[in-house]
Structures are given as structure tokens and as C-alpha cells.
Design a protein around this ligand. Structure first.
Ligand SMILES: Cc1ncc(C[n+]2csc(CCOP(=O)(O)OP(=O)(O)O)c2C)c(N)n1
Ligand SMILES: [Mg+2]
Length: 521
């Protein structure tokens, strides 16, 4: 057996069954091995940033890694931004980077580059396979590394000669390492803080925004009066009717400061201490209020759910049976009429969001009303832009749909961000994924118009403003989508948007709606 086949057999034996790929000559033996290993599904992506973003979406929803197959340093470089988002999401993800044959590297052929250096920026674990006999053990270790709590990008560099040489065999799966428990002393100390009667906020991050942890956190909040907040950009937030309602910390530092104002103790459960997204002249970078103590209940790799559950059992409660969590009541906005704006579009989405949907949110400024409008919609998962590198939403949706083929996926996508990885629509069509994409077409890098003022930059003239303008020429997203095999419509009123969204959600397969909205509406 050659190294490529042993690699794929080791992957399938380790629970990795999906490979998002954009291959080249150095990966041809891996491509050919797909026909020998039917348990591995290859999914072609037409740009590496789509492949990596899809692997992120898959890993967030499946809780096990997808593989992504990329072509030497330049292929990896094209995929880096979404690997960065995956790293920030702590998604388990296995990157396989094909390289020149070992003996070929000294000839410095055109695609030669420092793959290890590129991989190091996003990977928690990197290994170059030295011999075909090593492929099985190396890949088994890589999967275990990707799954090591809290989850990370693990990268295997596979030279072409290692992939084509015989003498390899698959290695057995390595059992995943469990999350270490939070020590009792830590839980006891946080319980004492919560009993102090001083204002406390519990900031949830990582798996702290998943249902079991949310329910335990809600019990703590009910028993103690502590407030719950979620990190600004959660990897996966399980929310909606029947689940404990938790607002996210705001993106804008002024709004986040208002949410945290008066907090005496900030308790971190899987979240980082909050910091402003960017620095602004004369503004603080830390969002921790003055005179507020920060306590780490659980780090992102620890057992956040059990720590919160143990805390709920320790803190006082007014009822003999202990505190119960407090679920969100079902509630949907009325279908709006009139102009199509970010706000009216959010109401339509809140009114029509299907049960068990997966929402991939890269709506940016057009999405400000979405959390409120969908808070009481049927239960759903909300996936956000964890690392701030735009161009994530359409690939993320592809991966989420492949991880959960029975669930509807809604990609809420700002126009500028959509264009980075627009070719993901071709993968939506080719794989016939049940994804409804809404493009918020405000023909602007709207947020940067706002940031221009907030950073204190001198008022921009025509030359500066033109770099933030997408109206010349206007992008025709229905034509772009149709050109890649995705049926598409354009909505200019709230009623048109509602009718089109209803139809798109009712029909299986991919659809796109271009929602014409003014900036900041
Ligand atoms: C990879 C990457 N490149 C550039 C940026 C800088 N950036 C932040 S927001 C933005 C424009 C966003 O425009 P759009 O997606 O249309 O959203 P809108 O602000 O209009 O709601 C850009 C270019 C970034 N965050 N990430
Ligand atoms: Mg825009």
C-alpha cells in the first residue's frame, strides 16, 4: 500500500470521512487513493479559502475534524485566512499539505516555499511525513492532536514521494483525550465570589455557549443573580426558544462597556478576558471595567459544562430542589411590510427561521437586528466570524450542511465579504446542499465607513471613500449565483423578501436571495 492510501485509511479509521480539496500535481496519489477508500468523501472547492472555511464549518457542527487537502505553500497560503478563523474557533481540523518529492526540493522548483512557516501561523501541531511507513502513525497522531481539547488545526505535510511509495499501512485510531476537569478549589473559590452579593457577570465562551453548559450557567444565574453574557463571536451558540437566553457581548467597545458597567466580578467560563476588537486613540484596549476582578472558572480546553454544573450545585438557591435553568419563551416577530432594510429583513428571518436551522452569520452591519429578531425563534445554532477574517460565511455554510445534511442552513452574508469566497456557491450547487444564502447587498464596505470616523482618521475625500464603495459597478449576485448553478432572486421590498425566503426554505437544495438594503438600515 502506498502512503496516500494508508493516510486515507487511517483517517477513515479515526472517524475522518470528509476531505475538502483543491489538489495539484503533488497530491495526485491522494486523489487516486480516493477510489480505493470509499469511506472518504472528497469535496472539490474552487478556492482554498473555501476548502478551509468548509472544514471549519464541518468541524464546528460535527465535533470531529474534516480534512482539507491543499497544494504546497501557495495553496495553504490561499486557505490561511479561514484557517485563522478556525484556529480562533478552536475547531478540530486536519490540514494535509502536499509537497514536492523529498529529493526534488533542492532543485528549488517554482512552487517551492517554506510550508512549515506558513502552517505554523495557524496550526497547533505540524508534522512532515518522512517515509511512507510513517504516514499511518503520523496521521493517527494528527487526528488526535486536532481533537485534543479544546480543538485545533493539525497539519500534515505529505511529500509526493512519501505518498506514492509502497511499504505503508494504516494505523489504529488514537482515542481522544478527555477534557480535564476544573479543580474543586477553583469551583469553590468562584462559588464564594458568587455568594458575595456583589455584581457578577459570567462570560461564556468555547463550549460554554453549547446547550449543556448554557443550562448549567442559567441555573447558576437563577440561584445567584449573576448575569450571563456570551463572547462576542462564538464558534457555535445554541439558542432560541426553550434554551437559556444569553446576549452576546457587543462588538462596539462603547456598547460592551455599557453591558459590563458596574460589574465587580467577571467570571470566565471558556472565554478570554474581553478586549476591544481594535485599538482606538485615547480608548482603553481592555473591556474589563475598573475595579472589576477577573476569575477564571474554566479555560477553553477544560470541562466547562461540568464546572458550571458543579457550581450550580454549590451556590445557594431559593428552592429546595435547587435552581432550575430559565428557558427562552417562543416568540417570533410579525412579518413586516414596506421597505427592505437590515431591520425588516431581520424580522422576516425571525418570523420564518426553520426549527433546527444552522445560521452562518457574516451579515456584518446588516445583521445588527438579527439577534433580537431571532431570540425566540425555534431552537437553532448560530455560527459566527470567530477570527474577524472576512470571506468565511459561504464556505462555513457548505461545511455545516455536509456535517448535518438533515438540517436547513441559512447563510447570512454581507456583499463585500461574500465576494472573497463567492466560488463556494459552486460547491453548494455541485453537492446540492440545503443552504439558503441571503446576500445583504448594501454595495458598500459599510463598517469601514463607520470605522473611518471612529479611528479618528481625517475626513476622507473621494479617493478614500472610493476604496469603501462597491457600487461602481454594482454586483449582480443573482447572475453570479445562477452562473454557478444556484437558483437566485432579488428582493427590494420586505414582502418580496418574505415570499422569496419562504420559497427558498421550502425547496431542498441551494438558493440565493439578493436582499437590496441601504447601508446601516
Ligand atoms: C481577510 C480580511 N480582509 C479585510 C478585512 C477588513 N474588512 C473588515 S470589514 C470589511 C468590509 C465589510 O464589508 P461587507 O462585507 O460588505 O459588510 P458591511 O460592512 O457592508 O456590512 C473589510 C474589507 C477583514 N476583516 N478581513
Ligand atoms: Mg456591504
Amino acid at each position: 500500500m502506498n502512503g496516500a492510501e494508508a493516510m486515507l485509511r487511517t483517517l477513515t479509521g479515526s472517524g475522518v470521512s470528509m476531505c475538502f480539496a483543491n489538489p495539484g500535481t503533488s497530491e495526485m496519489h491522494t486523489v487516486a487513493a480516493l477510489d480505493q477508500v470509499p469511506g472518504m468523501r472528497g469535496v472539490l472547492c474552487l478556492f482554498e479559502g473555501t476548502a478551509t472555511g468548509a472544514a471549519d464549518g464541518y468541524g464546528r457542527m460535527a465535533d470531529r475534524p474534516a480534512a482539507v487537502l491543499l497544494h504546497l505553500g501557495p495553496g495553504l497560503a490561499n486557505g490561511l485566512a479561514n484557517l485563522h478563523n478556525a484556529r480562533r474557533a478552536r475547531t478540530p481540523l486536519l490540514a494535509i499539505i502536499g509537497d514536492h518529492a523529498s529529493y526534488h526540493k533542492r532543485f528549488d522548483a517554482p512552487l517551492e516555499s517554506d510550508i512549515e512557516a506558513l502552517a505554523g501561523t495557524v496550526s497547533g501541531w505540524v508534522r512532515r511525513c518522512a517515509r511512507s511507513a510513517d504516514t499511518g502513525p503520523d496521521v493517527a497522531e494528527a487526528v488526535a492532536a486536532a481533537m485534543a481539547p479544546p480543538g485545533q488545526v493539525a497539519t500534515v505535510i505529505l511529500p509526493a514521494d512519501v505518498s506514492w511509495s509502497a511499504g505503508a499501512e494504516p494505523a489504529a485510531a488514537i482515542p481522544p483525550r478527555p477534557r480535564p476537569p476544573v479543580p474543586d478549589e477553583v469551583i469553590g473559590a468562584v462559588a464564594a465570589v458568587l455568594r458575595s452579593g456583589e455584581p457578577c457577570v459570567i462570560l461564556l465562551g468555547g463550549t460554554g455557549t453549547r446547550r449543556p453548559a448554557l443550562e448549567a450557567a442559567s441555573r447558576v444565574a437563577q440561584a445567584t443573580g449573576a448575569r450571563l453574557l456570551a463572547e462576542t463571536f462564538p464558534a457555535r451558540h445554541e439558542r432560541g426558544a426553550g434554551r437559556p437566553p444569553v446576549d452576546r457581548l457587543a462588538y462596539l467597545a462603547e456598547m460592551a462597556a455599557a453591558q459590563l458597567d458596574g460589574t465587580r466580578h467577571l467570571i470566565l467560563a471558556g472565554a478570554r478576558a474581553p478586549a476591544s476588537f481594535f485599538a482606538y486613540p485615547e480608548k482603553p484596549s481592555s473591556l474589563v471595567p475598573d475595579k472589576c476582578d477577573v476569575h477564571v472558572l474554566a479555560g477553553p480546553g477544560e470541562d466547562i459544562h461540568r464546572a458550571l454544573a458543579a457550581l450550580a450545585d454549590l451556590v445557594p438557591s431559593s428552592t429546595a430542589t435547587g435552581a432550575a435553568s430559565s428557558p427562552r419563551q417562543p416568540e417570533r416577530p410579525a412579518l413586516p411590510d414596506g421597505d427592505l432594510t437590515g431591520h425588516s429583513a431581520a424580522a422576516v428571518i425571525g418570523a420564518l427561521l426553520p426549527e433546527n436551522a444552522i445560521v452562518c452569520d457574516e451579515a456584518n452591519t446588516s445583521g445588527l437586528a438579527l439577534p433580537g429578531a431571532t431570540a425566540g425563534a425555534p431552537p437553532h445554532d448560530w455560527l459566527t466570524l470567530t477570527g474577524g477574517a472576512i470571506g468565511q460565511g459561504l464556505p462555513l455554510a457548505a461545511g455545516a450542511a455536509l456535517a448535518c445534511p438533515e438540517r436547513p442552513v441559512l447563510a447570512l452574508e454581507a456583499d463585500g465579504s461574500a465576494m472573497y469566497t463567492i466560488s463556494a456557491l459552486w460547491t453548494h450547487a455541485r453537492e446540492q446542499l440545503d443552504i439558503t444564502t441571503v446576500i445583504f447587498s448594501n454595495r458598500s464596505y459599510a463598517i469601514l465607513n463607520m470605522e473611518l470616523e471612529r479611528t479618528g482618521a481625517p475626513a476622507a475625500g473621494q479617493a478614500g471613500r472610493s476604496l469603501l464603495d462597491l457600487s461602481r459597478p454594482g454586483l449582480d449576485f443573482t447572475a453570479l449565483a445562477q452562473g454557478m448553478g444556484v437558483p437566485a432572486t432579488r428582493a427590494e421590498t420586505a414582502a418580496e423578501f418574505a415570499a422569496q425566503l419562504r420559497r427558498a426554505l421550502a425547496e431542498p437544495g441551494p438558493h440565493l436571495i439578493e436582499a437590496a438594503v441601504p447601508p446601516f438600515s
